[in-house]
Design a protein around this ligand. Structure first.
Ligand code: HEC
Ligand code: HEC
Length: 354
């Protein structure tokens, strides 16, 4: 169970390498016209994206093709599961509450909670342990994982090539005569890259609208900056590092160590963004908590001594973060200002065969 990453690499390493070579070698859609609603625009207060748009410029046709692939259950072994089965827009593309661990084909239960998907263009590494180093590769693992869609990527591409309508759509979007793996991945990335979440009440506040937060929320922001900011750094609400915040009572998932093979990385997981946190319960890689109150109680009372525990949450034999009931309420009020209703209901992400 804990060696899942190594298994992935063994199985998919050669495929990844091949795809990487092809991706790096192609300048795909530069000559196609760009329609504004489907153009990637960096939010003014965000850092520069890490995704290499040079090789894959987002455009309407590629985006819509990606949307179709994202919602297509025929790309799973038994035709039952699509990406959108586990990544649901109204939950910021996290899984629905009923599924603490996502269910794949034949209701096989996964081992980790599906993370939300947004602001992916700004991440360097993907998955809870950072085992995937390019957004374009993330779908391969989802397709091939036996607890997700359980279909080899080769077969995914073959099914797409044999379908009645996909080849024409790929030709239209990328000008290619034959559907190939890298273009399938480019289309999916185009769809996911447009999942930008940067228009919450908090964003309006930091961009100069001082009425956007009320006094309770402002107190929460102040406390947040004091106790949480060092890991959940603004404006992405993650510093993209790997840390152990003590959520595993007994360490069964080695987290980052499965990737780096360094014992100091035991039980460390990627610091998740807290944007849209109001709609992404349950929380943590192991879905241990259902409410934000439980999360805060964990930080103030639940954290215990453990190998690799982060000194920002546990030091000198006790939890570092100390908050009374009122302060917890203020932080929770602030966290709810990170909800971005425009993103959660944006119709461009709705399943549609347009
Ligand atoms: C059965 C549920 C399930 C399905 C189906 C699924 N995912 Fe996921 N997805 C997950 C889980 C669970 C993780 C976290 C895995 C981990 O950290 O080990 C994840 C992680 C990701 C990530 C990384 C996010 C991050 O912030 O690191 C991306 C991107 C992603 N999935 C895209 C997709 C795409 C595209 C598809 C369809 C091809 C898909 N997923 C299908 C459950 C699913
Ligand atoms: C030492 C760095 C660190 C500090 C300080 C910290 N966190 Fe976290 N936080 C993490 C990590 C790492 C995770 C993911 C842990 C896991 O799943 O194994 C996390 C997870 C969370 C989650 C769950 C997110 C999700 O998508 O499941 C919430 C909510 C959260 N933190 C809120 C806070 C708040 C509020 C504070 C301040 C009171 C805080 N954190 C302080 C590192 C930190």
């Amino acid at each position: 169970m804990i060696s899942c990453y190594k298994t992935r690499v063994r199985l998919f390493g050669p495929v990844l390498l091949l795809i990487m070579m092809v991706i790096n070698g192609c300048e795909s859609v530069a000559e196609h016209p760009i329609v504004d609603a489907y153009k990637f625009e960096k939010p003014a207060h965000f850092p520069e994206p890490t995704y290499t748009f040079r090789n894959n410029q987002v455009n309407e046709k590629g985006f819509k093709l990606g949307r179709r692939l994202f919602n297509d259950p025929s790309l799973s072994r038994d035709g039952s599961i699509s990406c959108s089965s586990c990544h649901v827009q109204s939950h910021a593309f996290a899984d629905i509450m009923l599924h603490p661990f996502s269910f794949g084909v034949e209701d096989r239960e996964g081992k980790r909670n599906a993370p939300p998907l947004f602001n992916l263009a700004f991440q360097k590494e993907f998955f809870w342990d950072g085992g995937v180093t390019h957004l374009d590769f993330a779908p391969i693992l989802a397709f091939e994982s036996e607890i997700e869609m359980d279909l080899s990527f080769e077969e995914v591409v073959a099914r797409i090539s044999r379908s009645a309508d996909y080849p024409a759509l790929f030709k239209d979007a990328f000008g290619i005569e034959e559907v190939t793996g890298p273009y399938v991945l480019h289309a999916l990335s185009q769809f996911m890259l447009m999942m930008l979440s940067a228009d919450s009440k908090y964003d309006r506040y930091v961009q100069g609208d001082h009425q956007a937060l009320n006094s309770l929320e402002l107190k929460g922001l102040e406390l947040f900056r004091q106790h949480c900011e060092s890991c959940h750094q603004e404006p992405l609400f993650t510093d993209l590092s790997y840390r152990n915040n003590g959520v595993q009572r007994n360490i069964t998932d080695l987290g980052r160590e499965t990737v780096t093979e360094v014992p100091q990385d035991r039980a460390k997981f990627k610091v998740p963004s807290l944007r849209n946190i109001e709609v992404t319960s349950p929380y943590m890689h192991n879905a241990r908590f259902e409410t934000l109150q439980q999360v805060l109680d964990h930080y103030t009372e639940g954290v215990a001594e453990q190998v690799s525990i982060d000194p920002k949450v546990f030091a000198s034999g006790k939890p570092v973060i100390s908050l009374n009931a009122e302060e917890k309420e203020q932080i929770i009020a602030f966290l709810k200002t990170l909800t971005d209703p425009g993103f959660l209901t944006n119709p461009i992400f709705f399943n549609s065969n347009d």
